[in-house]
Design a protein around this ligand. Structure first.
Ligand code: MRU
Length: 356
C-alpha cells in the first residue's frame, strides 16, 4: 500500500493505471495504459519516473504486450520485447534487472497467454517486494541517527518517495521511518532543476503527510550547511557501481561535495536492485541526455475557468543552447554509507555485502 492517499501505479482489470506525475502538484490525472508502446512513452516522457517505479511499470508494460497476443511466442520475439522496453530510459539499472528476470521466468514458456500470466504476476510481486524492501531500508536508516536527539534537519535531492517506488520510498522512506519512530524531521528539498522533482513531487509528498519541508534551489545547500545544523543528506540512486560510485539525479554530485566540505554525512539509499556489480566504477554508467528545452523553457499549468492547461514560457533567450544531462555520478569517496534493506555500510563493503 502506498504511503500516499492514492496509488501512483495500479493494475486494474488488465489496464495499467498511472498517475501522470508531470501534472503534479496541480492536478491528479491518471493515464489508462493498454499497450507496451503507451507504457514506453509514459516512461520516456516522465509521466512515471524514479528507478523502482520505472522498473515496475516496465514489467506491466511487457505484460500488456503479451496480453495483446495469442498463440506461440518465439525466443526472438520475447528478446525484442525486452529490448524495446529496456531502451526507454538508460541510466537506472532497476529496469534492466527486472527485464532480465522477466526473460528468465519465461524461458520454458512458449505461448503468449502464459507469458502474460507470468509477467503480470511478476510485476505484482515486484511491487510487493519493493514496498517491503523500502520499509526495511527505512528502519535501518533510522539506526544511523542519534536516538537521543528529537529533531533532525535533512537535505534531500530529487524525489525518492512513494511516487518513485511502490510506496514508502528510499531516502524519503528513511524520513518517513524517522517520523514513525516519533522524531521530528525538518526536510530541505532541493528543487532539482530542470524537471523540479524536488519542488513539485517531494514537497507534495511531504505536505500530504504533514512533514515540515522547505524547498531550496539547488545552489542553496552550501549556504544552508554553513548557516544551520544539518544532520544528514539523504539521496536515492539510479545505479551503483562495484566501487560505490553512484549515479543519481543531476546535482547530486555537487551536493555530495558541499556535504563533504561541511562534514555533513552523505547517505545513499539503495535497494539491492540499484547495484550494478558488473561495473567496476561509475565511469561507464550511461548518462541519459534529455531535451535542451527542459532547461531553456518551463511549462506551467494554469487554471482558467476551471480548465487546466500548460503554458510554455522561456527561461532563456530564443535560440540559446543548453546541456541537459539527467544524471551525474557521485564518486564513492563522498559517500559515508549506503542505506539498504539489509543494513548500512560504506562503499568499500559493497562486494562483501552483496555477496559477489
Ligand atoms: O529522472 P527521474 O525523476 O526518474 O530521476 C529519479 C532519481 O534520480 C531518483 O533519485 C532515483 O531514481 C531513486 S528513486 C528511489
Amino acid at each position: 500500500m502506498s504511503s500516499l492517499s492514492f496509488s501512483p501505479i495500479s493494475w486494474e482489470n488488465g489496464t495499467l493505471v498511472l498517475l501522470d506525475q508531470r501534472l503534479l502538484p496541480l492536478k491528479k490525472t491518471f493515464l489508462q495504459i493498454t499497450t507496451m508502446e503507451g507504457t514506453i512513452s509514459a516512461i520516456r516522457d516522465m509521466a512515471v519516473r524514479g528507478a523502482p517505479a520505472i522498473a515496475i511499470t516496465g514489467i506491466f508494460g511487457i505484460a500488456l504486450f503479451a496480453k495483446g497476443r495469442s498463440g506461440s511466442a518465439s525466443s526472438g520475439e520475447i528478446e525484442s520485447v525486452l529490448h524495446s522496453m529496456k531502451q526507454s530510459r538508460p541510466t537506472a539499472v532497476n529496469l534492466t534487472y527486472a527485464l532480465a528476470q522477466a526473460g528468465e521466468k519465461v524461458q520454458e514458456v512458449n505461448n503468449w497467454h502464459d507469458i502474460f500470466l507470468v509477467w503480470e504476476s511478476f510485476a505484482k510481486e515486484l511491487m510487493l517486494n519493493d514496498l517491503r524492501d523500502n520499509e526495511a531500508l527505512g528502519r535501518h536508516g533510522v539506526d544511523l541517527f542519534d536516538p537521543n536527539e528529537e529533531t533532525f534537519h535533512i537535505i534531500t535531492h530529487c524525489n525518492t518517495g512513494a511516487l518513485a517506488t511502490a510506496g514508502h520510498g528510499t531516502a524519503l522512506g528513511v524520513i518517513r521511518s524517522l517520523r514513525d519512530a516519533g522524531k521530528k524531521v525538518i526536510v530541505y528539498a532541493d528543487e532539482t532543476r530542470p524537471f523540479l522533482q524536488g519542488s513539485r513531487l517531494t514537497a507534495f509528498e511531504m505536505m500530504e503527510e504533514g512533514i515540515e519541508c522547505y524547498i531550496i534551489t539547488d545552489g542553496m545547500s552550501g549556504w544552508l550547511m554553513g548557516s544551520r545544523k544539518i544532520d544528514a543528506v539523504l539521496v536515492g540512486c539510479d545505479r551503483v557501481a562495484r566501487n560505490g560510485d553512484t549515479a543519481n539525479k543531476i546535482g547530486t554530485y555537487n551536493l555530495a561535495i558541499v556535504a563533504e566540505a561541511h562534514n555533513v554525512p552523505f547517505y545513499v539509499c539503495a535497494t539491492k536492485d540499484s547495484f550494478d556489480l558488473k561495473l567496476e566504477t561509475g565511469a561507464s554508467i550511461p548518462i541519459e541526455m534529455r531535451k535542451e528545452e527542459e532547461v531553456t523553457r518551463y511549462d506551467f499549468i494554469k487554471d482558467v475557468s476551471g480548465n487546466i492547461f500548460i503554458q510554455p514560457g522561456m527561461t532563456s533567450p530564443v535560440g540559446a543552447r543548453a546541456l541537459n544531462p539527467s544524471f551525474d555520478v557521485t564518486p564513492a569517496k563522498y559517500i559515508r554509507s549506503f542505506i539498504t534493506e539489509f543494513g548500512c555500510f560504506p562503499p568499500f563493503e559493497i562486494p562483501n555485502r552483496l555477496k559477489v
